[in-house]
Structure formats: C-alpha cells, structure tokens
Design a protein around this ligand. Structure first.
Ligand code: DP6
Length: 345
C-alpha cells in the first residue's frame, strides 16, 4: 500500500524581522519576530507526502524537479516527525508502521521560487504539515512549529494564518522556540498586502549566510536584537490587538529599515535593497506625508522586492499611486492583494 496526505502552507511576511541565530543547528533566533500570513490564493506551497514499504529512499520533488533531502534541515524534520509517529505506533500496535517507511514528497509553489518571496517558509511548513497529516499526528500547530523551525526559521510562522509571533525561547534545546498565533486573519479584515516584484533574480547572499555574518561582525546588531526588537514586539502586539494601523505601519517600516541597517553594518556589507526598492520607500513615505497619516507600510526581506501593507479603504489610492510611480503593475486578488510589477533593476 501507498499512504498519502496533501497539505498547503501559505507564505508569511515578517513585520518584525528574524535576523540572527543563537544556534545554527537548532535554528534558534537571537530575537523574537512577528509576521502576517498571506492568503493561500496568492502564495502557497502545496505538498503531497506519501510513504510505502516499497519506497527505497526519502525523496522530494519541487515544481517537478528532484531536490536534495540529505541536508541537515530536511533530515532533522524527517527524524522528528518519524519519532512522533513511532511513539504513536508504540502506543497503538494495530497502526501500520509508517514510521519505518521511506517518504516521497511532491511539492509545488504557485509563485516563482526564484523571486525571493519567502519560499522556504511556505516550503518547510507544507513539508511538516503534510507529513504530520500522513502520520495522523495530534500535535498542535505550535508543537509542529518547533519542527518546521529546524527546516527554516521563518517556516515555523507559516503553520498559522493571521498574525503570528515566533517567540525566541530561552532553553538550550530550543524546545520553547515556537510560533503562536497572536490574532486570526478575521481579527483585522481590512488588512491587505501587495507584493511589488522588483527583481526575480536569485538573491546574492542567502538569509542563512547573511545573518551569520551580521551576528559575527555588526556592532549595531546587539542593540537591535536585545533592546530594539523586544520593545517592538510588545508594541506590535498591542497595535495588532487595537487594529492601530498608524502604529503598525510605523513599527513595520522602522523594523525593515533597522534590519537593512544591520545588513549594511555587516562586514563585508550586505545590500538587499536596490535603487528601485529605495524609490518604493520614498513613494510610500511621501504618500503617508501627503495623507497626514500612515496609509501604507513597506517592508523588505532578504531581497529587493517590496511588500506593502495597507487597509482596504485606502486600496485605490495606495495601489493607484504605486502603479503610476512604478510602471507595469498587474492585477490582485480580493483578499490580500498582490501586484506583480516587473521593474528594471
Ligand atoms: C529576512 O527563515 O530564510 O525573511 O532560518 O536560515 O532558513 P533560515 O532563514 P530564513 O530567514 C528569513 C529572514 C527574513 C526575516 C523574517 O522572515 O523574519
């Protein structure tokens, strides 16, 4: 017999950024982070996990191409999920011994993997969710987030919809470094996100390598991780609870700029934003200044693409201004919006 389960996981975009690890083995972060999960219609990974006594080796196909699973991150996820299944089989010997079978994973993104749009987050979250479903595990998303974190840090946040905090934890074994939902998507129904694809080139410095280098060399970094972010985490949770877009936007933009500042303070410096990214910053800043309040907030991950948060009533003005100032924008879906504006570097 071949056993199957299929799951999806959406992309999340951090408004308080994860940047820096205390352990590269456990993927435990130097600071807590907070993200907004995007709509499944726009950006998600769909993964089917299957297992069988006949399979010879663990294997993964991503968008049709075979993908290496010998890396420590995939291995850690496989091992943890198998251990949970094994414990379940030990409790109930009538269950088929799926924990001893090899796994085949078939994964597909509905967005370009190369676009630097947090594909590892959705990828590892769907990986863990699909195997957990195949194994019929009863663990909560928070418990599974501990496993997804070991695949890719940001993946732990994609096991939930809505507003999600990844609490860094303090234990050496990483057991309390987990994701929790701060508020469901329905809590703030007017929230929207637009993604401005500025370049779909593969990023120069991977997040994993970049954050290691920042931790090792940036003199600004300890202040960010130990002082600035802990205060922002609390302020951000309050802003979300109160649906206070003014504060949400201030914190989101400040934290993106702080993250890119520690990248610039890294030796050698890391540049993720380009001239087009910076013009998006200027447009949003100018738009907010003219409106006399924050109607949009930008944030940039480890690449030049902008994610713009705004509230639905401001959609026409925010997207109108952006499309006019940045040519070639195309369509969006109704829930969380997406502009795919292909702009020259
Ligand atoms: C800038 O989760 O990709 O997007 O744990 O090494 O896989 P690894 O890093 P990753 O880093 C994401 C960094 C970020 C900020 C964020 O998502 O919080």
């Amino acid at each position: 017999a071949v056993y199957h389960a299929t799951a999806t996981a959406p992309v999340n975009i951090a408004v308080i950024k994860y940047w820096g690890k205390t352990s590269t083995k456990l993927n435990t972060p130097t600071n807590s982070s907070l993200s907004v999960t995007l709509s499944q219609d726009d950006l998600r990974t769909l993964t089917t996990a299957s297992c069988s006594a006949q399979f010879q080796a663990d294997a993964l196909w991503l968008n049709g191409a075979p993908h290496d699973v010998s890396n420590v991150r995939s291995q850690a996820c496989f091992a943890e999920l198998r251990a949970l299944r094994k414990a379940k089989e030990d409790r109930d010997p009538s269950l088929p011994p799926l924990s001893s079978y090899k796994l085949h994973l078939v994964s597909e993104n509905n967005f370009p993997t190369a676009a630097g749009l947090a594909s590892s987050a959705a990828g590892f979250a769907a990986f863990v969710r699909a195997i957990a479903d195949l194994y019929d595990l009863e663990e909560t998303p928070t418990e599974l987030s501990r496993i997804a974190r070991q695949g890719s840090g940001s993946a732990c946040r994609s096991l939930f919809g809505g507003y999600v905090a990844w609490e860094k934890g303090s234990r050496d074994d990483g057991k309390d470094s987990i994701a929790v939902q701060v508020a469901p998507e329905s809590h703030w129904p007017t929230m929207r996100a637009a993604i401005l694809v500025i370049s779909d080139a593969k990023k120069g410095v991977s997040s994993t390598a970049g954050m290691q280098s920042t931790v090792a060399t940036s003199t600004l970094f300890p202040n960010r991780a130990n002082v600035v972010v802990p205060a922002r985490m609390e302020a951000m949770k309050k802003a979300i609870a109160e649906k206070d877009f003014e504060t949400f936007a201030d914190l989101t933009m400040a934290d993106s700029n702080s993250f890119h500042a520690v990248c610039l303070d890294t030796v050698p410096p890391i540049f993720y934003m380009n001239d087009t990214s910076r013009s998006a910053v200027r447009i949003v800043e100018e738009m907010n200044r003219c409106a006399g309040e924050n109607i949009a907030a930008y944030t940039f991950d480890a690449g030049p693409n902008a994610v713009i948060y705004y509230e639905e009533p401001a959609q026409d003005i925010v997207l109108g201004v952006l499309k006019k100032a940045m040519p070639a924008a195309i369509g969006w879906s109704d829930k969380y919006s997406k502009i795919e504006a292909k702009l020259p570097d």
